[in-house]
Structure formats: C-alpha cells, structure tokens
Write a protein that binds this ligand. Structure first.
Ligand SMILES: O=C([C@H](O)CO)[C@H](O)[C@H](O)COP(=O)(O)O
Length: 211
C-alpha cells in the first residue's frame, strides 16, 4: 500500500517546503487541481526537478482531449495523470494510449460517478493504472466519505490498482487501511497539521501495515 500527499492550497515554493518535510514518508506527491489552475504545469515541472526520485501526479481531472492533455503533462514531467471517470470512454482511451507512448500512468478519479461498480468495471477494462474513489471538498462539506465506494470497486476491479481520496485523517486512516486499497491519498490530513512530519510518519507506519 502506498501513500500519496496531495498539495492543493499552496503555491509552488510552499509546496516544495512541505515535501522537504515529509519526503521520507510518501511515495507520490500530487500537484493538486487548484495548484495547476493557479500555477500551470510549471508546478509539476518544478516539483519533479526538486524531487526527481519521487513520483509526481498531476491532478488535471481531465474531462476532454485526453491524449493532448496527457502529452502536455508528460512533457512537464508528470509520472501519473488524472482523468475523470464521468468522461466519455474516448477521452479515457485517448489518455491511456498517450500515457503508454510516454511511459506514464493514468489514474481515473471516480468523483461524481453514479453507478460506481458498473463504471469501475468498464474503466478497468480500458487498461487504466489506478481507479480512485474520491469525496471532493464539496462532498466532504456535506459529510460524505468514500469508504463504501472503495469496497464496491474492490469487488469488481481486476487489473487496475485501487485508490481512495477525500478528507482522510490520521484518525480515519486505520479504517481505510482495513479496506485495503493499493494507494491512500491524503491532503489536508497532513498539510493542515502543525507537525506535518510526525503525522506523515505515523501515516506511513499505518499504511505499511497494509499490503
Ligand atoms: O482532489 C482533491 C480535491 O478535489 C481538491 O483538488 C484533493 O487533492 C483530495 O480531496 C485530497 O485532499 P484532502 O481531501 O484534503 O485529503
């Protein structure tokens, strides 16, 4: 089980400072959607240059022009790029095809997908690398989480790795680990803490107890 740090509410220098603190405890660093909107793919490029040994995920939440967007994120140095599960199949297939050419990976974010198991099965068959259940900020504000959705996709996903994101904190991580995703994504649960290093270190230990 791997741990991904999501950086959403920071600029590039702040993002780099956070990663310096917790680098030893994470497998993947995510340049979050708000950072890409504010700073562009330059944020991906600068993060990869600063931490060449970390995998960098560009959370573009692609909805159209999958091949083109994946090509641009790959040029910036992204190892993993996100596409939305609610997109047309042609968008997801285009993203996967380009990612294969570029030696990158595709994560499909299942935010707002209505028929979770059915769509997860279809997307799994398209050859994506990760399928991620996700309660976004607006869902979290309404008190939702994705724990049940993780169990649902694990029933049907045969090839892709499974991931979960959205409001995961140190206190809720043991429940997530029990559900056994391949990847846990944490943003505010680390970045919003006064002692980011110790929280990330405890999270690393919990995640290491999973497979
Ligand atoms: O993808 C995200 C969200 O849509 C904002 O871009 C976050 O990275 C994801 O939800 C993880 O962050 P936390 O919910 O703060 O753990």
């Amino acid at each position: 089980m791997e741990l991904q740090l999501a950086l959403d509410l920071v600029n590039i220098p702040e993002a780099i400072e956070v990663v310096k603190e917790v680098e030893a405890y994470i497998d993947i660093v995510e340049i979050g959607t708000p950072v890409v909107i504010n700073e562009g793919l330059r944020a991906v490029k600068e993060m990869k240059e600063a931490f060449p040994n970390l995998k960098v995920l560009a959370d573009l939440k692609i909805m159209d022009a999958g091949g083109y967007e994946v090509m641009k994120a790959s040029e910036a140095g992204a190892d993993i790029i996100t596409v939305l599960g609610v997109s047309d199949d042609s968008t997801i297939r285009g993203a996967v095809e380009e990612a294969r050419k570029q030696g990158r990976k595709i994560m499909v974010d299942m935010i707002n997908v209505k028929h979770m198991e059915e769509r997860a099965q279809e997307i799994d068959a398209m050859g994506v690398d990760y399928i991620c259940v996700h309660s976004g900020y607006d869902h979290q504000a309404a008190g939702k989480n994705s724990f049940e959705e993780l169990t649902a996709i694990k029933r049907v996903v045969k090839h892709a790795k499974t991931a979960i994101a959205g409001g995961i904190k140190l206190e809720t991580l043991p429940e997530v680990v029990k559900a056994n995703p391949d990847l846990v994504i944490v943003g505010g649960g680390i970045t919003g803490q006064p002692d980011k290093k110790s929280v990330a270190s405890e999270m690393r230990e919990l995640v290491a107890q999973g497979h």
